[in-house]
Design a protein around this ligand. Structure first.
Ligand code: GTP
Ligand code: MG
Length: 194
């Protein structure tokens, strides 16, 4: 998809702030610092639209971006970041859970995991929770430029095993540096927008 228009709609912390224009929503989930905001920027080819940082805990609100007046990206705060206070983490957790369970606009969920490491317990639990509620996500293995091709293959198998996936094709390896996986991610988005 050629992106000709990309704008922030709102940084929401509560339900009454969600956009009311009823566009389909593509949601980014994953641990802090895994690369959710960078993923959005790479897909839409706008360097700084979603704010990124080398420090985990950058995104602290649910950020809705309207793309081509056709759909929203919803960039979420990361889960599992210890330096954010427990109360804060619980607040984000509840906000995200509530959104996922109630929002009818959810068209697709990308769950991002660092391609270099085995999925964490948080990743596994989130994946299980999503699948239980019929919200089975597409898995994105991020920072793929940081591992060799041989290790990518190993890592994909390890992820599939840990998450109990039937098919390794459910995993897309992605890199903001090489743009690997960009086209495939767009294909998934386009297929739910049809
Ligand atoms: P929170 O908002 O804290 O939840 O983090 P996030 O998941 O939005 O991560 P963000 O996009 O801010 O990226 C975190 C760091 O990882 C930044 O320094 C990015 O430049 C880096 N990063 C993200 N994706 C990639 C990638 O594909 N390759 C490399 N080498 N670095 C990446
Ligand atoms: Mg972020």
């Amino acid at each position: 998809m050629k992106v000709t228009k990309a704008e922030i709609v709102i940084s929401a912390v509560a339900e009454h702030q969600y956009p009311v224009d009823n566009l389909p929503e593509i949601v980014l989930l994953g641990r802090s610092n895994v690369g959710k905001s960078s993923f959005v920027n790479t897909l839409i080819e706008r360097r700084g639209l979603a704010r990124t940082s080398s420090q985990p805990g950058k995104t602290q609100t649910m950020n809705f971006y309207r793309i081509n007046d056709l759909f929203h990206f919803v960039d979420m705060p990361g889960y599992g970041y210890a330096k954010v206070s427990k109360t804060e983490r619980e607040k984000w957790g509840k906000m995200i859970e509530k959104y996922l369970r109630q929002r009818e606009n959810v068209a697709l969920i990308f769950q991002l995991m660092d391609a270099r490491h085995e999925p964490s317990e948080d990743d596994r639990l989130m994946h299980e929770w999503l699948s239980y509620y019929g919200l089975t996500p597409v898995i994105i293995g991020t920072k793929a430029d940081k591992i060799s091709r041989t290790n990518q293959k190993k890592s994909i198998n390890q992820m599939a095993k840990k998450l109990d996936l039937r098919d390794t094709r459910e995993i897309i390896f992605f890199s903001t540096e090489t743009k690997a996986g960009k086209e495939e991610a767009w294909n998934r988005i386009e297929s739910v927008l049809e």
